[in-house]
Design a protein around this ligand. Structure first.
Ligand code: FMN
Length: 323
């Protein structure tokens, strides 16, 4: 079973994945948050850092591209190929209104004829570029449709027409955003009809969830996990038979991320804001953490924040079945 860390914009940046790999490990590869392909095909400074090989040492990394123009996608893919990447991933899943309004991300699922034309152009352009130099393989991460479950079969037929190296499915509709639960019946349509077995993504939070998935879809060869692996950074390791997270590991992970955030945003309030977002995920790991989490959330100075975090790690025990 191959295990992939999902792209998580705003959370799983290169500092997160470096610390995660070193302290917990278990993920076979990591996907970058989306890189928005733009008409000038340039990368923003933040995007350059995400894909800089020197900042991702020893990490098997797949850059993800958000695009609605074949030319912009392929030019960005070529830039990434020049950095050594052999696979890039097309984002057909981002549900954010700012993205879908421009027909990007899950917005491309709204009109299947348009999606088909876009993919045809993309692979034509890629083949043309491939005659002149190296181009990476293209995988895709998609939702199961835009607004209705009846769209799924048509979507699978379209994806089957193109030589994607991998189809990763997050079986929610765009209109669901992250509400409700992942729809395994929609995943079954991909599982039963995709040319190659699709990878599964969505709501896997424990080894038991993965076990249930494998019982229903035993041919699944790859699982991608996002929020579950933020909430329990040892989840990949546990899925490979390893141990749950330890307090020392969580504390080291926290300290490394805080230092990285402080180096990036020297303003404590901003760095702390990002850390407090992570505490939203991590609170479920501990027995009765509420008063400690409240103290962390309320901390306004670096000193108070560090004292609150130290109190939590010193006084709260991790749940036996952490995660
Ligand atoms: C904060 C956040 C940021 C995300 N950023 C991206 C992204 O950049 N690209 C992408 O394809 N999906 C993105 N996703 C979706 C996740 O990769 C994943 O598909 C989704 O969270 C469902 O999987 P999970 O239940 O394992 O988290 C994001 C999700 C969240 C919650």
């Amino acid at each position: 079973m191959k295990l992939s860390f999902a792209p998580l914009e705003g959370i799983a940046d290169y500092t997160f994945r470096n610390a995660h790999k070193r302290i917990f490990g278990g993920a076979d590869d990591y996907y970058t948050p989306f890189i928005a392909a733009n008409p000038s095909c340039s990368l923003k400074e933040k995007e350059k850092r995400e894909v800089a090989p020197g900042l991702n040492p020893g990490i098997s990394l797949v850059p993800q591209i958000l695009a609605n123009r074949a030319y912009a996608f392929v030019s960005t893919a070529q830039r990434l190929a020049a950095l050594g990447y052999r696979e890039v991933n097309l984002n057909l899943g981002c549900p954010s209104p700012a993205v879908t309004a421009h027909g990007r991300g899950a917005g491309l699922l709204r009109d299947q004829d348009r999606l088909d034309r876009f993919l045809w152009e993309l692979f034509e352009e890629l083949a043309r570029a491939g005659r002149e130099g190296a181009v990476p393989a293209v995988s895709v991460k998609t939702r199961s449709g835009f607004a209705d479950r009846s769209e799924t079969e048509g979507l699978v037929r379209i994806l089957n027409r193109y030589p994607f190296s991998l189809v990763i499915v997050h079986p929610r509709l765009r209109t669901q955003l992250y509400a409700g639960s992942a729809d395994w019946d929609s995943f079954a349509v991909f599982y039963g009809n995709c040319k190659k077995k699709p990878a599964y993504n969505g709501d896997i939070r424990s080894p038991e969830d993965a076990g249930r998935l494998m019982a229903r879809f035993p041919g699944t060869e790859q699982i991608m996990i996002g929020r579950g692996a933020v909430a329990n950074p040892a989840l990949f390791r546990m899925l490979k038979g390893g141990r749950p997270p330890g307090t020392g590991e969580m504390s080291a992970f926290h300290d490394e991320l805080l230092s990285a955030r402080m180096a990036e945003i020297p303003l404590f309030e901003k760095a702390a804001g990002k850390m407090k977002e992570l505490w939203f995920y991590w609170s479920g790991l501990f027995e009765e953490p509420e008063p400690y989490i409240r103290r962390i959330r309320k901390a306004c100075t670096e000193e108070d924040y560090r004292a609150a975090v130290e109190a939590l790690f010193g006084e709260c025990t991790l749940k036996g079945d952490a995660g």
